[in-house]
Structures are given as structure tokens and as C-alpha cells.
Design a protein around this ligand. Structure first.
Ligand SMILES: Cc1cc2nc3c(=O)[nH]c(=O)nc-3n(C[C@H](O)[C@H](O)[C@H](O)COP(=O)(O)OP(=O)(O)OC[C@H]3O[C@@H](n4cnc5c(N)ncnc54)[C@H](O)[C@@H]3O)c2cc1C
Ligand code: SF4
Length: 335
């Protein structure tokens, strides 16, 4: 049996109260659905003395769609509610695909979109039981000094592996935080993640910052989006690599904007540069080929996730190709 460290649970009812509690209590962590945090506690990856539960903070729950099509998703909204929301399914299909591919149905009814955005990075040498990690002498991310993946004491390259994150990045999402001093902070989602995979060093926001909402701008005219997820098992599995593509299209099929984001590769989502070559075209095969080749060249997967880095790099190109073809043909599928 895997036992958890002992902790006390606190149940604030407002975001302000939650941040104040987190800042005031020593060794406290937020818990939303607990679908990632609680397994991690069983592995003694964190040893908090207090958990500040977000389950009763009703102001952080729900999805609001404005007349112009912009959307606010409360951070404590369940993954199931996001993936099955009428507006999301009809207008932001890539987001419904990405969130609907997370874990299994039970996890999606407990797990929240905020917990997914704030998810701890993952690594084969870290997401293991305490005796397993002890046997290899721990690692730089927790209790050790050495990264077994890159063979150095300098950096942790554990992967940001949340399925919602590459798609939210492709949709230009912004994040709203409440800080301990009562101030609010709004940042682009792509600016949240650092190059350091270590817990509490992977995010750019101040310590104790509470994610309260995710803001999505009004979709571009003729919005299309597709999420491609590669995983070892067909269900209940984290991505080995993922590609989110989103773009705007005129009625004649001319592309007016394009974004490609690769996930589960580095401690941050990788935004593919140079996608503007597609603007003004109808995504002909040669443009898709060029972007897929660039994705494979720019991909830098590490051996922190199952599947060799060379194979995952190849997959980055293949899935970018498939995603762009799906986008052009308005088809959609999750691998
Ligand atoms: C078997 C299994 C399979 C899984 N498969 C996938 C998968 O395929 N894809 C995937 O993306 N995830 C997967 N997960 C992970 C997890 O289920 C999801 O990422 C889920 O969205 C986490 O949300 P949560 O509300 O449960 O977060 P929690 O576990 O409660 O919290 C996760 C982290 O976020 C922090 N946090 C939570 N909410 C906030 C907030 N509002 N502000 C600041 N910090 C916050 C917590 O302190 C914690 O560090 C899987 C988990 C399991 C157990
Ligand atoms: S990437 Fe290295 S330091 Fe980071 S969790 Fe994996 S082994 Fe540890």
C-alpha cells in the first residue's frame, strides 16, 4: 500500500480566502480535483502539511460565452464540463478534442482545467514510487542532484504533459491569477512555463498565485482546430507527444492565420515559428510538408517520456502533417 504524508485539508469558499490561506500556512499546496496531486503524494513527490482545496470556490467554476464569441473558463471547471460544453464542441473543436482525451471519464469528472494548466511536469525518473526513486539515488527534481535524462546536474527537462496546454496556447489563451497581496495578474499562457521542469520553478507567476480563470479571445473568422495526441495506450494515458493546430479560414479555404504548438516534449509547450507561410494559401501539400519538416527539425524531445527521442522527433513531423491536413480538410480526429 502506498501511504500519503499526513496533511490537513482546508476548504475556503472564495479565491481571496484560498490565496490568503496558501500564503499563510507553511508547506501548503492547492488541490483542485486531486487527480494528479493525490497520486503524486502517494509517491511522496510532495510532502505538504496543508492542502487548500478549491472544490468549494464556486466563483472559479463555470464557462461564460460572450456575444463576440470570447470565452472565460473558470479554473475549477471540470474537464468533462469543458469537453462537452455545447459552445466548445461546436466552435472550438480542437479544445473539446484535447480536453476529452485527458485520462479517463472518472478523472475528467473530478479533474479541472486549472489543475491541467498547473500540472506538475512528468518524467520516467520522477513519477515513480519512493523506493524506486531511492534505488536510483533520486534526481535533481526531488531529493537528488543529478538529472538521469541529460546526465548533468544543471537542468531538469521533465515534460509539460497537459493535453489542454498546447491547444490553449494555439488559441492564444490568457490566464488570470490572484496573488497573495490581493492583486490580479493576467498573462499569456505561453509565458507561464519556464525551461526548468522542477516543481515550483516551472511557472513564472509568484509563489502562491492562484489560477482563477482561462480567457479565450473571440475565435478568428472560419476558425478550425485539431488536436493530435500520440500515446502508448488508446485511453487513460498521458501523451508521448502532441500537436495542436488552429487557424482561421475564409469561405474559399484561404488561410488567414495559423498556429502550431507541440506538447509533451519539453518543460514548456513549443510554439512552431514561421507558420505565417501558410497565410494567404489554401494549405497546399507543399506548405504542409514544409511546416511538418520544420516541426521535426525544431522538435527536441528528451528521453524523459516513453518512446525514443528520435522516434518522438519523427512523430512531431508526422503529426504536424496529419494535423494540418485535417485542418485543411476540416476533418478531425484524436489518435
Ligand atoms: C491515470 C491517470 C491518467 C492521466 N492522464 C492524463 C492525460 O492523458 N492528460 C493529461 O493532461 N493529464 C492526465 N492526468 C493528470 C490529471 O488527471 C489531469 O491533468 C487533471 O486535469 C488535473 O486536474 P486536477 O484538478 O485533478 O488537478 P490537481 O491534481 O488537484 O492539481 C494538479 C496541480 O495543479 C495545482 N493546481 C490545481 N489547481 C490550481 C489552481 N487553480 N491554481 C494554482 N494551482 C493549481 C495543484 O497544486 C497541483 O500541483 C492523468 C492522471 C491519472 C491519475
Ligand atoms: S528530467 Fe532529470 S531532473 Fe527532471 S525529473 Fe527527469 S531525471 Fe529528474
Amino acid at each position: 500500500m502506498l501511504r500519503m504524508p499526513e496533511f490537513e485539508v482546508h476548504q475556503p469558499t472564495t479565491a481571496a480566502e484560498a490565496v490568503a490561506l496558501k500564503a499563510e500556512l507553511a508547506d501548503a499546496l492547492y488541490v483542485a480535483g486531486g487527480t494528479d496531486l493525490l497520486p503524486n503524494l502517494k509517491h511522496w513527490l510532495h510532502e505538504p502539511r496543508h492542502l487548500v482545496s478549491l472544490a468549494s470556490v464556486s466563483e472559479m467554476n463555470g464557462i461564460q460565452v460572450r456575444p463576440d464569441g470570447s470565452v472565460t473558463i473558470g479554473a475549477a471547471t471540470t474537464l468533462h464540463a469543458v469537453a462537452t460544453h455545447d459552445h466548445v464542441v461546436a466552435q472550438l473543436p480542437g479544445l473539446a478534442q484535447a480536453v476529452g482525451s485527458i485520462a479517463g471519464p472518472q478523472h475528467r469528472r473530478m479533474g479541472t482545467i486549472g489543475g491541467n494548466v498547473m500540472l506538475d511536469t512528468r518524467c520516467l525518473f520522477y513519477n515513480q514510487s519512493l523506493p524506486w526513486r531511492q534505488a536510483v539515488g533520486y534526481c535533481l527534481k526531488k531529493d537528488g542532484t543529478w538529472c538521469h535524462v541529460i546526465g548533468s546536474a544543471k537542468a531538469c527537462v521533465a515534460a509539460q504533459s497537459s493535453d489542454s496546454v498546447p491547444m490553449l496556447a494555439a488559441l492564444s489563451a490568457q490566464l488570470c491569477f490572484v496573488l497573495p497581496d490581493g492583486e490580479t495578474q493576467r498573462i499569456d499562457l505561453v509565458d507561464l512555463y519556464t525551461k526548468d521542469g522542477r516543481f515550483e520553478q516551472n511557472h513564472t507567476v509568484p509563489e502562491h498565485a492562484l489560477l482563477t480563470a482561462i480567457e479565450l479571445p473571440a475565435p478568428t473568422e472560419g476558425h478550425r482546430s485539431v488536436y493530435r495526441k500520440v500515446r502508448a495506450r488508446g485511453a487513460v494515458d498521458f501523451p508521448q507527444l502532441s500537436v495542436a493546430v488552429a487557424g482561421g479560414f475564409l469561405s474559399d479555404g484561404t488561410c488567414t492565420s495559423l498556429s502550431v504548438v507541440i506538447g509533451a516534449m519539453l518543460p514548456f509547450p513549443k510554439v512552431l515559428p514561421g507558420t505565417d507561410v501558410a497565410v494567404g494559401t489554401s494549405l497546399p501539400d507543399e506548405v504542409i510538408e514544409a511546416l511538418a519538416t520544420r516541426a521535426a527539425k525544431q522538435a527536441r524531445p528528451q528521453a524523459q517520456i516513453h518512446g525514443s527521442p528520435d522516434w518522438r522527433r519523427h512523430v512531431a513531423g508526422v503529426e504536424t502533417h496529419r494535423g494540418l491536413r485535417d485542418l485543411r480538410d476540416r476533418a478531425s480526429s484524436v489518435v
